[in-house]
Design a protein around this ligand. Structure first.
Ligand code: PLP
Length: 375
């Protein structure tokens, strides 16, 4: 038995995406830049797939730049934004709960002389929009605020950030890491007022190795290439397009059904309700987004708990999979007690997760706790 409840780390590729990738790899395998008709077919398929992803995001296909992953999109957005505004100032506003793919390039910029304001969340894992507004200065060149936090599932005030930037007339570009928000919460980059939006395929049932950065049309002419070369992706990210991964991403987003969000939320809520009655379990965040739930088996280190659950065929995470054993900076930022902090678990759901799987997790967690208490 495998109960996979770590869908914020990665998802199982859906059959439609796998089929699309296979088709492009084995049949429509031409290089979109080749001048003969076979290349033209690949280029046409690429145009179609780009349009599909752009439609899902509610943007123009020219505003979408395919990348290899969310980390690449985040790095490009952060570095590109300060380069774009290099004559306007050296102040960056971000949050203490961003993914490392945003925090690390910003830390590098700090070492190079940029001043960074890192906003801290309240106990519920939300950034205060007024604090964000107050942090803006005439020399703020980048505001990077994620749409959905990957460990708590909380939705952050991206639209309020856009309004504050407009109101204060600071030159900042607004970036949002929407890797956990894409398809899970309804949004469009224009609706949010964002200049830059990062998404990643493997969180939405496409394979690993594909992501995209949205760059607002008005910003493109001054935006510098990430990879100069043969001129693919509007000349901003050269390299032969990964047509199979792009086809898979287009197929995966098309496969999301209108009811999927509510289906995911129903299973998560059911699981959270069961957990809320359990002795020794503290619910840290029910998450605003439908797919993420954070809890703590208070007083018991999460790594052995994750392993013990794994032995029972249940996959959950001890916070973010990207932290490899270090205490999570996100949960640390909430000011949790040391006992709560040590026991943090993240459970995350997909459209195919069943109520029974949520129940199996709760049962297994109870058993693991009993074994630990009995020792
Ligand atoms: N941003 C967030 C919020 C994430 O959750 C992740 C992955 O966990 C990333 C960025 C990095 O995405 P990728 O794994 O595609 O590099």
């Amino acid at each position: 038995m495998l109960v996979y409840l770590d869908n914020a780390a990665t998802t199982q590729v859906c059959p439609q995406a796998a089929r699309a990738a296979l088709e492009v790899m084995t049949e429509e395998f031409g290089n979109p830049s080749s001048r003969y008709a076979w290349g033209g077919r690949a280029a046409a398929r690429l145009r179609e797939d780009r349009q599909t992803v752009a439609d899902t995001l509610g943007c123009a296909p020219e505003e979408l730049f395919f990348t290899s992953c969310g980390t690449e999109g985040d790095n490009w957005a952060v570095r590109g934004a300060v380069r774009y505004n290099r004559h306007k100032g050296k102040h960056i506003v971000t949050t203490a709960i961003e993914h490392a793919a945003v925090l690390e390039p910003i830390r590098e910029l700090e070492e190079q002389g940029y001043e960074v304001t890192r906003l801290r969340p309240d106990r519920t894992g939300h950034i205060d929009p007024e604090e964000l507004s107050a942090a803006l200065r005439p020399d703020t060149v980048l505001v990077s605020v994620m749409l959905v936090n990957n460990e708590l599932g909380t939705i952050q005030p991206v639209k309020a950030a856009a309004e504050a930037i407009r109101r204060t007339q600071c030159p900042a570009l607004l970036h949002t890491d929407a890797v956990q928000g894409f398809l899970k919460v309804p949004f469009t980059p224009r609706g949010l007022g964002a200049d830059l939006v990062t998404i990643s395929g493997h969180k939405v049932r496409a394979p690993k190795g594909i992501g995209a950065l949205y760059i607002k049309k008005e910003r493109i002419s001054k935006w510098k290439p990430l990879l100069p070369g043969g001129g693919q992706e509007g000349g901003l990210r050269s390299g032969t397009e990964p047509t199979a991964q792009i086809a898979a991403l287009a197929a995966a987003v098309s496969a999301w059904g209108p009811q999927d969000r509510e289906k995911i939320r129903a299973v998560k809520d059911h699981t959270a309700d069961l957990l809320s009655g359990m002795e020794g379990v503290e619910l840290i965040s029910r998450g605003d987004a439908p797919h993420i739930l954070a809890l703590s088996l208070t007083g018991y280190p999460s790594q052995p708990v994750v392993r013990a659950l794994g032995d029972k065929g249940i996959c959950v995470s001890s916070g973010s999979a990207c932290h490899r054993g270090k205490p999570s900076h996100v949960f640390a930022a909430l000011g949790l007690s040391p006992k709560t902090l040590m026991g943090v678990l993240r459970v995350s759901f997909a459209p195919f997760t069943t109520m029974e799987e949520g129940e199996a997790f709760v049962r297994a967690l109870g058993e693991v706790r009993e074994t630990l208490v009995g020792r």
